[in-house]
Write a protein that binds this ligand. Structure first.
Ligand code: GAR
Length: 218
């Protein structure tokens, strides 16, 4: 059974109307956040963005949150004495929203192991390359520079490494001969938004467990 927007209805018990609480961390324009916000009004989606946290006061993601009536908070490194204090500040800001899952959607800073431990197994990141290839802040640029013919996007569980956690889902995107970083990233982002919305919804509705290197939904 599906709702008009196409999301499967999991069950008919009152439990089924519970929406997992998502906190989204974003540093940039927030097109991935926008996609989650477009999905979350459908109760059958199973997840709702309850808070947005950014390290950048001018992040477009903050405007999107405000327009959607979602609480947001800026935790900027410059307001903290050091990285550890900033990291704790982000963890506190996230914890206030009592998240079931934390979604890193274009969050361009590394979170310390203490953050990862606090929300262990419940942090999901979207990355614009087919991990384990091209981790880090320049996944699109690095894939293009390497000359790959196919790249894509990855939704994975965050561990204490940089883009090293168990992979939940991936989508492939072909590289065109005339692609530059911007054109390729735009095409990846189309696939990425769909993958992120679909994957986060499945995780929220069905749960997530880790077995070794494998992230299993359901
Ligand atoms: C996305 O492509 C995301 O994968 C990437 O930033 C973009 C954010 O777009 N994240 C990384 O590169 C993290 N290493 P958005 O602000 O439009 O959602």
């Amino acid at each position: 059974m599906q709702t008009p927007s196409g999301h499967p209805v999991a069950a008919t018990s009152p439990e089924s109307t519970r929406q997992a609480r998502l906190v989204v961390l974003a540093s940039g324009g927030g097109s991935n956040l926008a996609a989650l916000l477009a999905a979350h009004d459908d109760v059958a989606y199973g997840a709702r963005v309850v808070g947005v946290v950014s390290d950048k006061p001018d992040a477009g993601a903050l405007t999107l949150a405000q327009d959607a009536g979602v609480a947001s908070v800026v935790v900027a490194p410059k307001d903290f004495t050091d990285r550890a204090a900033w990291n704790d500040g982000v963890a506190e800001a996230v914890a206030v929203f009592r998240p079931d899952y934390v979604v890193l959607a274009g969050f361009m800073r590394i979170l310390a192991p203490s953050f990862v431990d606090r929300f262990a197994g419940r942090i999901v990141n979207t990355h614009p390359a087919l991990l384990p290839s091209f981790p880090g802040a320049h996944g699109v640029r690095d894939a293009l520079a390497h000359g790959v013919r196919v790249t894509g996007c990855t939704v994975h569980v965050v561990d204490s490494g940089v883009d090293t956690g168990p992979i939940i889902a991936q989508a492939a995107v072909p590289v065109a001969d005339d692609d530059d970083e911007a054109s390729l990233h735009e095409r990846i982002k189309v696939a990425e938004r769909a993958l992120l919305v679909e994957t986060v919804g499945r995780v929220a509705r069905e749960g997530l467990r880790i077995e070794g290197r494998r992230a299993i939904v359901g």
